[in-house]
Design a protein around this ligand. Structure first.
Ligand SMILES: Cc1ncc(COP(=O)(O)O)c(C=O)c1O
Ligand SMILES: N[C@@H](CCCC[NH3+])C(=O)O
Length: 400
């Protein structure tokens, strides 16, 4: 049991808290599910890129899936071996490609023919052969929130099957490209297995057709996307997930790469915020807290549900919205929830805040971003200090 009150007293609020032992359990559950085949779990750094989080996963043997050279640098700094790092994303800049090639990471995951031309030219300039994978867009509906769906042709990600095949043939004939991997990622917060199985089957067929023309794919990257429980959803069991993928891979000797972000850290994180005031507007009850959408954006951006709890409070519950001090009507953590009466300084815990929480925080309204704390074997450690007003303005100059 985490003593949220003690942490709020010690570090103040708003605050992010991560249970590192829970992260270990998540990693081991997934790794075990893939046992029996060669596999690499490459944690999607974007979900929570705190150096301590990434280094904790590095210690467990995890690789990293990165979407910017900044994330690649974080992964390296946190101790992830270079041959376990993948760099994905639709818009890598020349500088980023060059640095990734110099770092000699495992794979650059390409998302267009135009990008492949740039990678080839930059590899030629450096006198290198770039190890690449190609992200295939299998046109499968992942049945998740449209903002986090990525595997349909209407989404900007990856290339269609025909284009992918053309790219593999081109890359295979290039001195500066080594097409060793294939990749798909159909969306995030996936709770149904069938779309993943279908996508995997389509991509595995492509791998078999490449094998027939002597293009050998060694890395079969199934992306991330495993959903977690925010409310009471039924989600995917790691074992069944792995079995569904295995069932599509007959005749193939590949290393499976899996890039979970949310699954690894989502339920391991908590956002703590304190009640400032309560008010009622014509019967509508609001609990105003010191955290806001700039700290945790998911409810505002996706209308995402996060479980909330007022610590140690009971009493006659009534419906209320929990809202922050930012001047936007969309600044809320919960709507129409049954809550006990609250008072100034009561502590509210927002659950499942470990993924896409702090990383999506901003300084909107000149609000310093919260501190982050890790709990390891029952002991707390600050892993990022709370920002100060001085931190926020330090890159600005007054020109008059
Ligand atoms: C290419 C890629 N890999 C992995 C992930 C991680 O996704 P999730 O946090 O849903 O596991 C994402 C984000 O959706 C992604 O775009
Ligand atoms: N930021 C999203 C997920 C994006 C996945 C990244 N490709 C969320 O909070 O759910």
């Amino acid at each position: 049991m985490i003593d949220f009150r003690a942490l709020a007293d010690k570090y103040d609020t708003p605050l992010y808290v991560y249970d590192f032992n829970h992260i270990t359990e998540q990693y081991q559950k997934l790794k075990k599910a893939f046992s029996g085949r060669k596999s690499l779990i490459s944690y999607a750094v974007k979900a929570n890129s705190n150096l301590s989080v990434v280094s904790h996963l590095a210690g467990l043997g995890s690789g990293a899936d990165c979407v910017s050279i900044g994330e690649v640098k974080r992964a390296l700094m946190a101790g992830i071996p270079k041959y376990q790092i993948i760099f994905s994303g639709v818009g890598k800049g020349d500088d980023e490609i060059e640095e990734a090639l110099e770092d000699d990471i495992l794979l650059l995951n390409l998302e267009s023919e135009a990008e492949m031309e740039r990678v080839e030219a930059i590899a030629a300039k450096l006198g290198k052969e770039a190890r690449i994978s190609i992200r295939v867009n299998p046109n499968i509906d992942p049945k998740t929130h449209p903002y986090i769906s990525t595997g349909l042709h209407e989404n900007k990600f990856g290339v269609d099957l025909e284009t992918a095949k053309r790219m593999y043939i081109y890359a295979n004939n290039s001195k500066h490209l080594d097409p060793v991997g294939i990749h798909f990622h159909i969306g995030s917060q996936l709770t149904e297995l069938e779309p993943i199985r279908e996508a995997s089957a389509i991509v595995a067929d492509l791998v078999r057709s490449l094998k027939a023309i002597k293009i050998e794919i060694k890395f079969f990257d199934v992306g991330g996307g495993l959903g977690i429980v925010y409310d009471n959803e039924t989600t995917i069991e790691p074992y069944e997930y792995a079995q569904a993928i295995f069932s599509t891979l007959y005749g193939l000797d590949v290393t499976i790469i899996c890039e979970p972000g949310r699954f690894m850290v989502g339920n391991c994180g908590y956002f703590l915020t304190r009640v400032l005031y309560e008010k009622v507007n014509e019967g509508k009850r609001f609990v105003i807290v010191d955290g806001a959408m700039n700290d945790l954006l998911r409810p505002s951006l996706y209308n995402a549900y996060h479980k909330v709890e007022v610590v140690g409070k009971a009493g006659d519950e009534s419906e209320a919205d929990i809202v922050g001090p930012v001047c936007e009507s969309g600044d809320f953590f919960a709507k129409n929830r049954l809550l006990p009466p609250t008072e100034h300084n009561d502590l509210v815990v927002v659950y499942s805040a470990g993924a896409y929480g702090f990383v999506m925080a901003s300084n909107y309204n000149t609000r310093p971003r919260p501190a982050e704390v890790a709990i390891v074997d029952g002991k707390d450690r600050c892993i990022r200090q709370r920002e100060t007003f001085e931190d926020l303005i330090k890159l600005e100059t007054m020109c008059l």
